[in-house]
Design a protein around this ligand. Sequence first.
Ligand code: FES
Length: 198
Amino acid sequence: MANLTKESGTKAAKAAETEHPSGDPRFKLVDRALKRLQYQQDALIEVLHTAQEAFGYLSEDLLIYTAHQLKLPLSWVYGVATFYHFFSLKPLGEHTCIVCLGTACYVKQAGEIVSRLEAEFGIEAGQTTPDGKFSLSTARCLGSCGLAPVLVLDGSVVGREMPNSTVERVRVMLSSQARLPEPKPAADALELEETEAL
Ligand code: FES
């Protein structure tokens, strides 16, 4: 009996040690991914994906937590998060546009497309408009060079664009009443999963 109490006490202490101290339920989604992937260091990208899905972007706190849980240097985790264009270290706007600046796209006016969008919406690549509606970013080769120059608008790939047509597309996108389905709040999703598991 004494042994059982000691064992459960040790387990509780271990869980408390590994869980995020904020108690934010979204961290439980990250914890589940970590457990499912057995804390393997080469699962870093998958864990970061889960973290970004749960929180919308990768805050410094999330990067530190992930590095700690996978026992990786923070500089390594930060390097991976900044290398891939699909990770964001800042909250994104309601609508997003990623312009490819890889060589095949660049020689077909991708730089000009970025300049036009920056001038039109008053932000620089890597920024979000002050009203939180639009984020503009750039990437290196999106893997669709045959369609150069390539953009990703709200997650959809668009190819063979011109500066004028892109500005027009983004204007229409921003004025559209149609919204992408709201992502299910992570906390609700968590509750649902927990109920289903019972
Ligand atoms: S260089 Fe733009 S998709 Fe490859």
